[in-house]
Design a protein around this ligand. Sequence first.
Ligand SMILES: [Mn+2]
Length: 283
Amino acid sequence: MSQSSNRRNCIVIIFDDDFLDYARNCLLSFSNYPDHPEIKVIYQGKDQSIIAFIRDLDSVEQFYVELDTPKYSELNLGHIGSPMIYGRYICWSSLFDEYDKVLYIDCDTLILKPFPELFEKEDFFAVYDNAGKPLFNKTAYQNDVFLSKTEQDNIPVDLVNNLMINSGMLLIPRRYRNKSNFDFLHRLSERYSPFIEHSDQSIITIWCYLQNLKISCDYQYNYMIDRITRPTFGNVKLDDVKLLHFSYWKPKKNLEELLERSPLFVQLEDIIRKNSDFLENVT
Ligand SMILES: [Mn+2]
C-alpha cells in the first residue's frame, strides 16, 4: 500500500491508566506493521512518561479529547466494569472526518502481521464474538418494557439475541461516522442498558442489525484467545493470525492459567513471548 493511500485511513486506540501495560505492548507491536496508517491515541490519563512514549513512536499521535466518562458510568458496564468501553463510540462521531476508514482496535491486542487489505473493505467490518452468553440478559425476556421497546424498534429479539459482534476490532467507513449515528448509539445504550449482557458490544450489534450489516467470521483480524478453548474456533490457524486479542484471558491476570492448561497452547505462548514483554518474568 502506498503512503498516499495510507494517509486516507487511521487507527484509533483508546485507554486509561488501568490499561497502560496493554496499550504499551499493543503500540510496540506495530513494529510488525511498519507501514500502518497513522494511529490516533486517545489516552485518558496524565502519566508524563506515557505521553512521552506516545510522542516518540513513529506515525502515532496523541489525540486530545475528553470522553464523557461520567455519563458512561451510568450505563451498563457489564463484565468489563469500566466506563471506557463506551469511549469507542467516539469513532462514530465526525472527529475523524478527514479519514476515509477508521479502524478502532482494543488496546488489549497485539499486532502480529500487517493487514493493509483490511482497509480495502468497503463496508463496516467486525467479526462474530460467539460468546457463551447471548446479547440480552436472562431477565430481559420476562420484562414487558423490554418486549415493547424491541417491538417498537423492529428488533426481532430471538434473532438478534443470537448474533453478536466482538467490539475489539471495528472498521468504520466514513459514511457511518456522523452526529446522527453517534447520538443513536448513545440513545440505544440508555434505552437498552438494563437488558444487555455485553454492554457496548450488545449495543453495537443492535446498531449493526438495524443497518443491515453483515458480521464476518474472518478471525485472523481479531483472534479472541478465549475462543481457543472452543472446538468451533479451529478454522483459523495461529500462523495466520494478524491481530491477537486478549479477550477474557489477560496477561498478569489469568493468562498463565490458560497456558498451563494444555500443551496445545505452546505455540500461543511462543507468539506472546515474541511479541510482548507480558511473560518476561514467567518461566
Ligand atoms: Mn478487548
